[in-house]
Design a protein around this ligand. Structure first.
Ligand SMILES: [Zn+2]
Length: 344
């Protein structure tokens, strides 16, 4: 909840801190960017700094306001996100929020509201927000956080100061790995495409196992039936999903998300295999920790068969997004790729 804890996003953080220092921070902000790049962390740090008794550009961490914030019980900070078991943020939640927002703040520094996953606001809920976004009560700060700004009404977007969050640089991802301490040392950071949140999700045991299993399959495609492979991958995805599961999560949706990640791992392995089979000089592998096994496997297959396998993988991604039964989508992809790579 401190700006100094945020890795990367320097320009965005500096602009917000400048706003706090000058007293010219816009009263409605929209933080957008890919999932897991630090938007919510920055929103928290901003709210904490705004409400801190020290009234500077960073929360002091010691005043009663900061202590309340740290315990998640600040009376003047509201975080709105979707309720347990719901897919969206409805008008009821927004009305309750507006009511709170128009009451006098408990402490001296006004109120802060964070609307997380703002893309989940229903159209009705967004419309209910418009007036307040345009003219919030004195001292109020509204921060909308979203990975898909396009899903917000243009009228909502235009009332907020937009802050775009890009992916983190490689060195910043390394810094994140060092600080987090729980990402396996060999795990290739490139898989996370500059998103610490994504790295966290990818680097759990279940997905690491799935990646190894996929490489086994690509290296010796004739040895596993598509049916068995699909079942094993689903088991890998489900194990991690259970460990990470929040109580309000829709389990099937979570499993589908995890299987999309498994297929992305497959797509990246095939990308590496393509580079190896084409003998591209100087190209770096995403799965650099597995380079020896990839070289071995890639030496045996024709590049066009790897490309066709990538297409089969893309098709499975599409099928899964279109709600095809996950086992079926994986089996079909495994059967096609197995046939292609085994030379059938
Ligand atoms: Zn403080």
């Amino acid at each position: 909840m401190f700006f100094r804890e945020v890795i990367g996003q320097r320009a965005q953080v500096e602009e917000l801190r400048r706003g706090l220092r000058s007293g010219r921070l816009p009263h409605a902000l929209l933080l957008c960017g890919k999932a897991g790049v630090g938007k919510r962390l920055v929103a928290d740090a901003l709210a904490a700094a705004k409400l801190c008794d020290a009234a500077g550009d960073e929360a002091c961490g010691a005043c009663p306001s900061c202590r309340a914030f740290q315990h998640g019980v600040h009376p003047d900070c509201e975080v709105v996100t979707r309720e347990a078991g719901r897919r969206d943020i409805g008008i009821g939640q927004v009305r309750a929020l507006l009511e709170t927002l128009h009451r006098k703040a408990e402490r001296a520094r006004g109120r802060a509201v964070i609307l997380d996953e703002a893309e989940r606001l229903t159209v009705e809920a967004q419309n209910a927000l418009l007036k307040t976004l345009e003219e919030p009560p004195p001292g109020a700060l509204l921060v909308l956080v979203t990975a898909v700004a396009d899903r917000l009404l243009p009228t909502v977007r235009s009332r907020c100061a937009l802050h775009r969050f890009g992916p983190l640089a490689d060195a910043e991802m390394e810094e994140y790995r060092t600080r987090a301490g729980d990402v396996p040392a060999g795990f290739p950071l490139a898989l996370a495409a500059g998103s610490p949140g994504r790295l966290r999700r990818l680097a759990d045991e279940g997905l690491l196992r799935a990646r190894t299993r996929l490489l086994d399959f690509l290296a010796a495609p004739g040895q596993t039936s598509p049916f068995d492979l699909a079942a094993e991958l689903i088991a890998c995805a489900a194990s991690g999903a259970a460990a990470q599961q929040d109580e309000d999560d829709d389990q099937r949706e979570r499993l589908r998300d995890r299987l999309l990640l498994v297929l992305r791992l497959l797509a990246l392995l095939l990308r590496d295999l393509s580079i190896v089979s084409l003998r591209v000089e100087g190209a770096s592998l995403v799965n650099c920790d597995l380079s020896e096994r990839l070289l071995e496997a890639g030496g045996r297959v024709a590049p066009d068969r790897v490309d066709a396998s990538s297409e089969a993988c893309e098709q499975a991604l599409l099928d899964l997004r279109r709600n095809m039964d996950p086992a079926l989508a994986l089996e079909e992809a495994a059967a096609r790729i197995g046939g292609l790579l085994a030379g059938g």
